[in-house]
Design a protein around this ligand. Structure first.
Ligand code: SF4
Ligand code: F3S
Length: 78
């Protein structure tokens, strides 16, 4: 699946939401989050983001890996 990284923080452009066919992108306090369990890996959101915040989780840069963890926490913690 895809994950949203650091560039989204405080930008929250939201273009990605409109592209997602399964509506699996959710708003957090300072960035948006893709629910990995719902993402169908279509890739439609990736080019929609003007700040290139979205990438495939298996291709993510090492300095962005904290956002994969942060993303899991967003969907598992109450
Ligand atoms: Fe939605 Fe597709 Fe992006 Fe997954 S890859 S978040 S399904 S637009
Ligand atoms: Fe964030 Fe880019 Fe979507 S800035 S809200 S990931 S379009």
């Amino acid at each position: 699946p895809y994950v949203i990284g650091e560039p989204c923080i405080d930008v929250m452009d939201r273009s990605c939401i409109e592209e997602c066919p399964v509506d699996c992108i959710y708003e957090g306090g300072r960035k948006l989050y893709i629910n990995l369990a719902e993402c169908i890996d279509c890739g439609a959101c990736e080019p929609a983001c003007p700040v290139e915040a979205i990438s495939q989780d298996r291709k993510i840069e090492p300095d962005q890996e904290q956002f994969v963890t942060d993303n899991k926490r967003f969907f598992t913690d109450p």
